[in-house]
Design a protein around this ligand. Structure first.
Ligand SMILES: Nc1ncnc2c1ncn2[C@@H]1O[C@H](COP(=O)(O)OP(=O)(O)OP(=O)(O)O)[C@@H](O)[C@H]1O
Ligand SMILES: [Mg+2]
Length: 220
């Protein structure tokens, strides 16, 4: 369970974001919707331990993660959090297996890799270089890499942002399936995907932010 309590983030450029108190239950999937600049990525990043909030707390299984050392936060992220990035963050010149195998350097057991590749339908791409995969296949590799450590928490920041709707929908269905029993928080702009999640959280209602006046961006 993740509890957001009195959370606020102020950036040096004077952007300030205040988050409404929220609880993410273990075993449930959440879709985060909200205008650009609302603080969706900032929230996921703070749950992952970087950056630290300016005010308030993030409790994970009742432990205040904002009160522990950066080293402990980093360890927690490596062991317990699977983070899926919009732009995959895979190494193009390496194969699928090597992109996942690299996690062994962090002490992560990757013995579940083959099963995950199978479930995600990309077994035959195990020894293919990332540069030879389609966008949907790359996203599945990114999901496999995030999930292989059997994380308790899965954070996905626009995991289908680079995919067309039909492929994105399939990837979301697979992501929800492989995340069963865990806490899944996925940011997506597409409310057609909301039916696949247990709950939809509108970040426009969850945050208030004072934007950097120089940036000219609209507030939430
Ligand atoms: N490192 C940073 N330094 C300064 N301001 C930042 C930083 N990171 C984010 N912000 C600001 O905080 C606000 C929230 O940003 P964030 O990336 O969390 O939004 P978002 O909801 O993920 O938007 P998008 O849908 O465009 O990805 C924005 O106004 C952004 O400019
Ligand atoms: Mg974002």
């Amino acid at each position: 369970m993740i509890q957001i309590i009195g959370l606020g983030k102020a950036f040096k450029n004077e952007t300030q974001i205040t988050f409404r108190d929220t609880t993410f239950e273990t075993g449930r999937s959440y879709m985060l919707l909200g205008a650009s600049g609302c603080g969706k990525s900032t929230l996921l990043n703070m749950i992952a331990g970087v950056p630290s909030p300016t005010t308030g707390s993030i409790l994970i299984d009742e432990k205040d993660m904002t009160a522990v050392s950066q080293k402990e936060k980093d360890r927690f992220r490596i062991e317990k959090i699977g983070y899926i990035f919009q732009d995959f963050k895979l190494i193009d010149d390496m194969t699928t297996a090597d992109n996942i195998g690299i996690l062994k350097l962090e002490g992560i057991d990757i013995s579940g890799m083959d099963e995950l590749l199978e479930v995600l339908g990309i077994s035959e791409k195990k020894n293919a270089k990332i540069r030879h995969l389609s966008g949907g296949q790359k996203q599945r590799v990114a999901i496999a890499r995030a999930l292989v450590k059997k994380p308790d928490i899965i954070l996905a920041d626009e995991p289908t942002g680079n995919l067309n709707f039909a492929i994105g929908e399939k990837v979301i269905q697979e992501l929800v399936k492989v995340s069963k029993g865990k806490t899944l928080i996925a940011v997506t702009h597409d409310d057609r995907l909301s039916k696949y999640f247990d709950e939809v959280i509108d970040m426009n209602e969850m945050t208030s932010s004072t934007q950097d006046t120089l940036s000219g961006k609209e507030g939430c």
